[in-house]
Design a protein around this ligand. Sequence first.
Ligand code: BTN
Length: 326
Amino acid sequence: MKEKILKILTEATDHISGETLSKELGVSRTAVWKSINKLKDEGYQIDSIRNKGYRLERNTTELVTDAVRLALPEGSIFETVKVYDTIDSTNTEAKRLWQSGHRGPALIIASEQTQGKGRRGRRWLSPKGECIAVTMLLMPDIPPTHASMLTLIAGLSVCRAVEELTGLHTMIKWPNDLVLGQKKVCGILTEMSAEMDFVHYVLVGTGINVNQMVFDDEIRGIATSLAAEYGKEISRPALIGAVVGAFEELYEVFVREKNLTFMLEDYNKHCINVGRELKVITRQEELIGTGLGINPSGELQIKLKDGTITQVNAGEVSVRGLYGYI
Ligand code: BTN
């Protein structure tokens, strides 16, 4: 019922009376009033005027389920949406959901993670109320070798969403960081369960520093948030809606075409590695060269000092001038 009232208020252009709401929803005016109060508690600003009714002044910036659902694109593939105040890790929760028998795309979102996971066993800090931790549980019909391309799709989706909402131009540090200015604003961790030739599920976990203004000592020098650069608080439900919208558009094409040709140009425009000096540490070797951008398989192409061009699909890539690589 809260969700229905919110939908009506969101679509309305003026105040809607309590009587109209109660008739439309077939409930008492007291029930309407109670739901309005709950929405206010969740951070929605609702103007109430005697004899005129209610008007939604401002959407909530809090991560609450109704607001996230409303922000998702129409006909979203994510029918299951779970929003937590606190959870160990949204990736871990998505895994548990699959293990409990859930099938079909799901969105697991948290306002705080107590054991947020970064790449290669690192920690990911998600302080309460300021960031977004979101995991997309997906069961795509793609070869397991293609799962890493979903990290690149998620990265470009966040760039597009941030640009849409704030006009800020984020860059992707291939394959899984987003950078604003010279600092990290988002990280992506993609995990998979698969057989040799069959994907059970892929988890695309994205952590975005949204409204943090203060950072722990351990990351202060290398991390920033969208609000710190934008100068204003950003609605987290709206941001999730925009990210999911952008992701779904790309994902649909990717699952059909099974390569990244369709987004190469835009990706490479957003890729901070392009034209910069890079150091790549793979299992076998350490390479120095200039970034050329990704190819249709999502590998990073690098022109080495001797002029040869090589591709890397894994490994740690440092970009000269970024995160302390001088
Ligand atoms: C990295 O930069 O090392 C990747 C960080 C990924 C963090 C996200 S937050 C949502 C999801 N849940 C996790 O525990 N990790 C990912």
